[in-house]
Design a protein around this ligand. Structure first.
Ligand code: ADP
Ligand code: MG
Length: 252
């Protein structure tokens, strides 16, 4: 079997509660390694909830259903183990980590995964990825996200993704609220991850700016806690023109 037909994620009938309220009502999603899937849906549909539940955020309580990652039970793993298995989530609001530089943060993240790499080679790899993102090298010794602008935090996150080389990256509204320059950097980084690292992507988005340079395999529509339609990239144009109206009507 070729790498690209290997199943990476299989979510079956997932029901998730947030603060005792059911948000996902039986969600199904299948992805193969290396594929890029886009999830679109109105505000409050449950898109971020799906990302957090897959990442194992304890606030998002899985009530029933299944989720496997490369055939292994994902719901059984804690957050740390999910990350070690190769899952990566780009949050809407990255946290600041005073006292820990980007460089030290990423090196210890790699070490926790059991990757032995000399400081010299690590710094070399880090510089190479920063070059791809056109990030100033001085960032590597700055405390993670401390005093960073919204755009700089996103760049740091994309840098983290390129260094950790996850098998599946979930990007939740990664391009929202960014200036043109930051959107370009994010796009370049995501394109690098897709083309040169062959990583799978689950992109949750309102805007389609970061999709322009990417190969998109499937587009899913998430409405009221379920995926109600799946199509190819032409579905994006359809949504941009007509919104989610017809899906919302069908629900009521
Ligand atoms: P989307 O990302 O599609 O806009 P979310 O998954 O963020 O939607 O939210 C879906 C629903 O779950 C909303 O009604 C939201 O208020 C609720 N919700 C999500 N996360 C939380 C949370 N941490 N605390 C309380 N309610 C939440
Ligand atoms: Mg959201």
């Amino acid at each position: 079997m070729s790498q690209n037909t290997m199943e990476i994620l299989n979510v079956k009938d997932l029901v998730v509660n947030v603060e005792d309220k059911e948000i996902l009502h039986g969600l199904n999603l299948r992805m193969n390694a290396g594929e890029t899937h886009v999830i679109m849906g109105p505000n409050g549909a449950g898109k971020s909830t799906l990302g957090h539940a897959l990442m194992g955020n304890p606030k998002y309580e899985v009530i029933s259903g299944e989720a496997t990652f490369e055939g292994e039970d994902l719901l059984d793993m804690d957050v740390h183990k999910r990350s070690q298995a190769g899952l990566y989530l780009s949050f809407q609001n990255p946290i600041e980590v005073p006292g820990i530089s980007i460089s030290n943060f990423l090196r210890s993240a790699l070490e926790q995964r059991g990757e032995k790499i000399s400081l010299w080679n690590f710094r070399k790899a880090l510089k190479a990825q920063m070059e791809v993102l056109q990030m100033d090298k001085s960032y590597m010794d700055r405390d993670l996200n401390v005093g960073f602008s919204g755009g700089e935090k996103k760049k740091a996150e994309i840098l983290q993704m390129l260094m950790l080389k996850p098998k599946l990256a979930i990007l939740d509204e990664t391009d929202s609220g960014l200036d043109v320059d930051a959107v370009r950097t994010v796009s370049v980084g995501v394109e690098e991850y897709q083309k040169n690292q062959n990583g799978a992507l689950l992109i949750i988005t309102h805007s389609t700016k970061i999709l322009e340079a990417l190969k998109v395999d499937y587009v899913h529509i998430l409405v009221n806690g379920r995926i109600v339609d799946t199509g190819d990239v032409s579905l994006i144009d359809d949504i941009n023109e007509n919104g989610f109206e017809r899906y919302l009507k069908a629900e009521n």
